[in-house]
Design a protein around this ligand. Structure first.
Ligand code: HEC
Length: 179
């Protein structure tokens, strides 16, 4: 019998496959009722393993951003319904404000997040080149990259995020390591 919850899941599955078909690509997705494989859950590592070929510049990213991101994240990433991506106050201080540039520890995670989640109505719709360009632009807005930066599978993992050392293992993880 089909419960409402199952119907919703099936509707999502159909929507996802229609979206994949519309793009003409076999998008990574989690197959219903089958074991997960490396191909269905592609992983990007901080050292760059798993990054696709391609490249994109801050300049290309600026153009793409105006087209596909600005409506929700505002001009220069300063906010809208999707929240701000840059600017505002610093991480240190009485009212810390987390943005991509001052908080995220790895640049590869920014690429991974944008590719799999943005824009929210069309995940996985960006090409590798577009994702490199948008990652470069978002990092430029956050003060991490200069205006002439170009990212690819070699330069992206080499980007040193300012808050990289700002994370400490949770007490549980520390205890587990001590055992
Ligand atoms: C329809 C609105 C919308 C559009 C268009 C959109 N976003 Fe987003 N974005 C969101 C929302 C909502 C969130 C917060 C999601 C959450 O916290 O679960 C978000 C979160 C993000 C984040 C994470 C911010 C953080 O620090 O947590 C990044 C990076 C991002 N978006 C980049 C982009 C890029 C690049 C584009 C253009 C390809 C884009 N977004 C287009 C709505 C949008």
């Amino acid at each position: 019998m089909s419960t409402p919850r199952a119907s919703v899941a099936v509707a999502f599955a159909f929507a996802a496959s229609a979206h994949a078909a519309a793009l003409g690509r076999d998008l990574p997705h989690t197959p219903l009722g089958k074991p997960l494989t490396a191909a269905s859950v592609p992983t990007l590592w901080p050292d760059g393993r798993g990054l696709p070929a391609g490249q994109g510049s801050v300049t290309d990213g600026r153009r793409l951003y105006a087209d596909r991101c600005q409506s929700c994240h505002g001009e220069l990433g300063t906010g809208g319904s999707g929240g701000h991506l840059a600017g505002r106050s610093a991480l240190a201080g009485p009212h810390p404000d987390r943005t991509v540039g001052n908080y995220w520890p790895y640049a590869t995670t920014v690429f991974d997040y944008i590719r799999r989640a943005m824009p929210p109505q069309a995940p996985w719709s960006l090409t590798a080149d577009e994702t490199y360009a948008l990652t470069a632009y978002v990092l430029h807005l956050g003060g991490v990259l200069p205006a002439d930066a170009v990212l690819d599978a070699r330069s992206l993992p080499a980007v040193r995020m300012p808050n990289r050392e700002g994370f400490v293992p949770s007490p549980e993880a520390r205890d587990a390591g001590a055992r």
